[in-house]
Design a protein around this ligand. Structure first.
Ligand SMILES: C[S@@+](CC[C@H](N)C(=O)[O-])C[C@H]1O[C@@H](n2cnc3c(N)ncnc32)[C@H](O)[C@@H]1O
Length: 272
């Protein structure tokens, strides 16, 4: 199963080189990039950087804290958190290619000392008990069938009382999801929990839910704005570099999935 998920997230060629070429073609100087310049390509979740900034506020991490990002992708959330809160962030992701690209992108924006990335599986984290002050996971659980293992592992590596944020796409009441979507080309690697299931999973893993935010309406507006921008003034590097030619169809399907309430986007702030 993880092979097919890794395949879905395996880019063609050298991802950092592709992104660098797109930015350079658009006249950007790679030595003067900011994390915001990369947000259209490295914040790989619905509502992009705005959602990460919301999570950064919830986690209340600060200088001296070590935060784990589970399923860190190209590292956008890890860099945004490290930059805005002054903490250190370790990312772990199934895709070695994403970890390599994340490391390169961090060096472009001068955050290589405060963020690091290593390959690993969310259901068997390569860390000891209680190593992290806080943890987050953005848009990862929807690829993972073994959710009790995933959230159990998150709880294990957190210090008692540590904050944990889950921001995920959940199954809505409107019926089966239209594919392809950014996390899956077809249903066999998509494992969406319902909101009720997510609450039980977090409680069973030993988390207390402090706050929840259903951002589905904002998500619909975000995708509609993205669809307009894509046809008028697209940013120089977008997630199309990562997801390929199916990207426009994925955006159309996400708009339909949200309008028809087939999916919800929900964030949870928890305490271990
Ligand atoms: C939609 S991307 C989100 C990336 C990142 N969290 C972000 O928001 O920018 C999903 C990520 O989850 C990773 N992933 C999927 N299953 C995983 C697993 N079992 N363990 C670790 N990472 C996983 C994928 O490789 C991919 O990078």
């Amino acid at each position: 199963m993880t092979d097919r998920i890794a395949e879905h997230y395996t880019p063609e060629g050298d991802l950092a080189a592709t992104i660098a070429a797109q930015l350079t073609r658009a006249g950007r100087d790679l030595s003067r990039l900011t994390t915001a310049d990369l947000a259209a390509v490295d914040e790989f979740h619905v509502r992009g950087r705005a959602a990460t900034l919301e999570i950064a506020r919830w986690l209340e991490a600060g200088p001296g804290d070590l935060v784990l990002d589970i399923g860190s992708g190209l590292g956008g959330p890890a860099r945004t958190l490290a930059e805005t809160r002054g903490c250190r962030v370790v990312g772990v992701d199934l895709s070695p290619a994403y970890c390599a690209a994340a490391t390169t992108l961090s060096s472009w924006v001068g955050l290589g000392e405060r963020v690091s990335f290593r390959p690993g599986d969310a259901t068997a984290l390569p860390f000891g008990d209680g190593e992290f002050d806080a943890a987050m996971t953005l848009h990862v659980g929807m690829n993972i069938a073994a959710k009790p293992l995933m959230y159990g592992e998150a709880r294990r590596v957190l210090k008692p009382g540590g904050r944990f944020t889950v921001y995920d796409v959940l199954q809505g009441e409107g019926g089966a999801v239209h594919f392809p979507v950014p996390w899956a080309g077809e249903p066999s690697i998509s494992h969406l929990a319902t909101p009720d299931e997510m609450e039980s999973l977090l409680a069973q893993a030993g988390f207390e839910i402090l706050h929840r935010h259903d951002s589905s309406n904002e998500s619909l507006g975000w995708f509609e704005a993205m669809a307009t921008r894509t046809s008028t003034a697209p940013p120089p590097a977008t997630l199309q570099a990562v997801l390929g030619d199916a990207f426009p169809a994925m955006i159309r399907n996400q708009i339909a999935n949200l309008r028809e309430r087939r999916i919800r986007t929900v964030g949870y702030l928890c305490r271990a």
